[in-house]
Each structure stands twice: as structure tokens, then as C-alpha cells.
Design a protein around this ligand. Structure first.
Ligand code: ZN
Ligand code: ZN
Ligand code: ZN
Ligand code: ZN
Ligand code: ZN
Ligand code: ZN
Ligand code: ZN
Length: 431
């Protein structure tokens, strides 16, 4: 596993193109990032980027009729079966799978995918470091200087075992050990209309433009590129390609070992326990996996007062001008932020746990109360919101303290009782 990660990172580093950087930056800007911090974050993200996918099922890139590597032009029938151009001629333009005509309509997206899958020279285990678009490595192989001529199978296996056993060989050789390809142009696997990761069903028009099913509906079944009908004919080979391209979790650089079919990594990312969490201390730029952040906070910022233990009510006193109070669970545990927002008619107070939305992490409930001048406002949440970075934009869930309940606006004297979700409140604990 670790071996694969190394090779992917190296490969991604080699081929990081400016277009992908731009795309990546857009997505960062899309998140709520405090303006002054944007520059720094961009740099970090670009350097550690590992956007590439691996395809081990390379048979998908072969013509299903003659089993030769597919090259443009690639044709498909209305049922989504594909064939290379010479097979279309040999079969007299009848699809061998379903007898529908084949040879009129190109499967252009596959032509681009075949170009975009990069494979090493078959002699990589003998030292050749060249890489090619799928199929072209065979042309090169005939004139490769690392070709050993005839080697018998025993020697071949021996060589392969050597490279298998050696975990520290550089990435070129690692790729060679299994028949797999690498894809950097992952944009090809996104719907060209909505830019979301393609998932089955994928449709194509007669000119070979593709779209996802919801875009077909949105464009009323008129191809947005050429206005021909789209939504009747599936591009089945692309559905299989999207499944077959395996990408690591975007947090692989932070230690997440998980891998997914293209697009599914984004579903996982939302609840990945390795997602970066940012230090809530205003002047601190630290970001790390949540456990590391809790240790960092404990070591660098803890003041000894604002400590909580689950199930025990504690005082949470804050100056309004501070805008944030950070509480830490005992023994370098979870970080909980209490934030106040001045509103025209009072004050909003929100409570969040700094944690990824991963199962079992930062799952708290709380009761918050404010008392002053004999008036009490209280607020209960059975599920504390989890955030990975403090935001000073207005919160979704908050306790509202109306002006008439506040004697002084410059400080808030509150009590909070935080407990782990699923653990019952114990009688007598809250006092
Ligand atoms: Zn063929
Ligand atoms: Zn067919
Ligand atoms: Zn070679
Ligand atoms: Zn779409
Ligand atoms: Zn079209
Ligand atoms: Zn992950
Ligand atoms: Zn810090």
C-alpha cells in the first residue's frame, strides 16, 4: 500500500499541469477561506497534489473484437458496444454483439481516454524508463534498447520477483510490476456539462459528445455541444472505465490509506478522518489531522482554565470582543469552540467541535445556558456541529440571547455541559 502511494505521488509530481492546478485552486477558493490566508494555502495544496488515477483493468482499452489496443477512430453501436475501425470493416459494419450498425458513430471520449492512460515500457523491469499512451508502448518495445531479446519464462519470473521484493526501488519500476496504467487527465472522467464525476448511466450523442444523466434532462436531451439528441444511447464503455480508474483518498498525503473508483473518493472525503483541521487560535496557522491538532493545541495554547470533561457543566465566560472561546477536553482531547456574533437585537452564540465528520470522532451533544439579571436563556443540541476550520460567518445553529436579557453586552457568562452522544446525562452531575 505504502509502495503504491509513493509511486502515485512521484508520478503526479511529474505531470502536474497548470490546468489542473487552476482547477484545484478554484475548489480551494470555493471553500470559506479567510482572505489573507489564501495565498499560503494555495501553495501548500499545489505542492502536495496527487491527482492521478490508476487503471489495472487495461483490457477495457482493447478492441473487444480483435483484442488489439484501441486507437482512434473508435466506433460504437447504439447499444454502446465498441470496435476498432478495422474490425468495423471486417464485420461489414454489423456489431458482433447485437448486429446493429457500427462504424458511423465515433466514441470520441474513449479515443481521448486511450491517449490519456500512460503505461510504462514493457521492459521497465530491465531498466527502460520510457512511458507512453496506452498501445504506443508496443510500438516502442520493438526498438527498445532494453529489450533482452528472448528470455525464458524462468528468468522473467526471477526478474519480476526481484522487483516485487524490493520495496525501495523508484517509482518507475514499481509501476512495471503489474500491468497497469496511470491517468493524470482525470477531467476526462468528469461530465463536460456539469463538471461532476461521471457515473452510470453516461450518454452520448451521435457526434460522440457525452453527458451525465441529469445533464441530459437539464439540456432537454439536446447535446450542449452540437444540439443533436442526447440521452438515448449509453456510452457503456465509459461507465466501465470510470469504475476501473482507482484514485486515492484526497487525504492520502495525511495518512488515509483508502482508495476508490473515480468519483467515490469525494463521497468518502466528506467523512474522512484524515481531513485537515485548522488550529482555532487566531494567529496560528497550524493544520493537521484532528488528533495531532488536539496535541498541538494542548502543547501550545492551552491555558489551564478552559478544560471540559464530558457530562460536567462548566463555566464558559467570554469577552464579547474576543468573539471566540476555545474549550479543550481533558487529556489533550477534543476542541470545542464557543463563538459569539453581535446582532442588532442581541447576540448569537454557536458551539462547534473542531473535528472531521468521521464516524466516532467529535460526536457530542451539549446544553448551553446564559443567565444574567435573573433571566436565563438555554439551548440544547443533540448533535454538536463539527467543523474543520473556524469561520466567523453567521452560524446555522445558535442560541439567541435577546438584548433585554443582557445587562452587559461586553461579556457573556454562560454555562455549558458537553457530553458524548449516546451517553446519558447523569443525575447530579450538572451543578
Ligand atoms: Zn478490433
Ligand atoms: Zn452492439
Ligand atoms: Zn523501452
Ligand atoms: Zn453532468
Ligand atoms: Zn453532441
Ligand atoms: Zn480518506
Ligand atoms: Zn495553534
Amino acid at each position: 500500500m505504502a509502495r503504491e502511494t509513493i509511486s502515485e505521488q512521484t508520478l503526479a509530481g511529474e505531470a502536474s499541469s497548470s490546468s489542473r492546478k487552476r482547477q484545484r485552486l478554484n475548489s480551494i477558493v470555493g471553500e470559506e477561506v479567510v482572505e489573507e490566508e489564501i495565498e499560503e494555502e494555495e501553495e501548500e495544496e499545489v505542492i502536495t497534489e496527487v491527482r492521478s488515477g490508476t487503471m489495472s483493468d487495461l483490457d477495457l482499452l482493447e478492441c473487444p473484437v480483435c483484442c488489439n489496443a484501441l486507437t482512434a477512430p473508435i466506433f460504437q453501436c447504439d447499444n454502446g458496444h465498441i470496435a476498432c475501425s478495422s474490425c468495423c470493416v471486417n464485420l461489414r459494419h454489423k456489431c458482433p454483439a447485437c448486429t446493429l450498425p457500427i462504424g458511423n458513430y465515433r466514441c470520441r471520449i474513449m479515443e481521448r481516454v486511450v491517449e490519456a492512460i500512460i503505461v510504462p515500457c514493457p521492459n521497465a523491469i530491465h531498466g527502460c524508463s520510457e512511458k507512453f499512451s496506452y498501445g504506443k508502448e508496443l510500438v516502442h518495445e520493438k526498438q527498445c534498447g532494453f529489450s533482452c531479446g528472448h528470455i525464458d519464462d524462468d528468468v522473467f519470473l526471477f526478474l519480476q520477483e526481484c522487483s516485487d521484493g524490493n520495496q525501495n526501488v523508484d517509482s518507475d519500476e514499481v509501476v512495471a510490476e503489474a500491468r497497469s496504467g496511470t491517468m493524470f487527465e482525470l477531467d476526462l472522467l468528469d461530465c463536460p456539462v456539469c463538471f461532476k464525476a461521471l457515473t452510470a448511466p453516461i450518454y452520448q450523442c451521435d457526434n460522440g459528445h457525452i453527458a451525465c444523466s441529469s445533464c441530459c434532462v437539464d439540456v432537454r436531451h439536446k447535446c450542449s455541444a452540437c444540439t443533436l439528441p442526447i440521452g438515448n444511447y449509453r456510452c457503456r464503455i465509459m461507465e466501465r472505465v470510470v469504475e476501473a480508474i482507482i484514485v486515492p483518498c484526497p487525504n492520502t498525503k495525511h495518512g488515509c490509506p483508502e482508495k476508490f473508483s473515480y468519483g467515490e473518493e469525494l463521497v468518502h472525503e466528506k467523512q474522512c478522518g484524515f481531513a485537515l483541521c485548522h488550529c482555532p487560535e487566531r494567529s496560528c496557522k497550524y493544520a493537521g489531522v484532528y488528533k495531532d491538532l488536539y496535541l498541538h493545541y494542548n502543547d501550545n495554547h492551552r491555558d489551564g482554565w478552559n478544560i471540559f470533561a464530558c457530562g460536567l457543566a462548566i463555566q464558559a465566560w467570554m469577552h464579547t470582543c474576543d468573539k471566540i472561546l476555545v474549550l479543550q477536553e481533558t487529556r489533550a482531547g477534543a476542541l470545542v469552540t464557543v463563538q459569539c456574533f453581535e446582532e442588532p437585537n442581541g447576540m448569537f452564540v454557536s458551539v462547534n467541535c473542531i473535528a472531521p465528520s468521521a464516524p466516532g470522532v467529535g460526536e457530542f451533544a451539549y446544553v448551553l445556558s446564559y443567565s444574567d439579571g435573573g433571566k436565563t436563556v438555554s439551548f440544547e443540541m443533540s448533535e454538536m456541529n463539527r467543523i474543520r476550520k473556524v469561520s466567523f460567518q453567521n452560524p446555522e445553529d445558535y442560541m439567541s440571547i435577546p438584548d433585554h436579557c443582557m445587562l452587559f453586552r461586553d461579556s457573556l457568562k454562560m454555562k455549558i455541559c458537553i457530553r458524548r452522544r449516546g451517553e446519558k446525562k447523569k443525575e447530579g452531575d450538572e451543578n
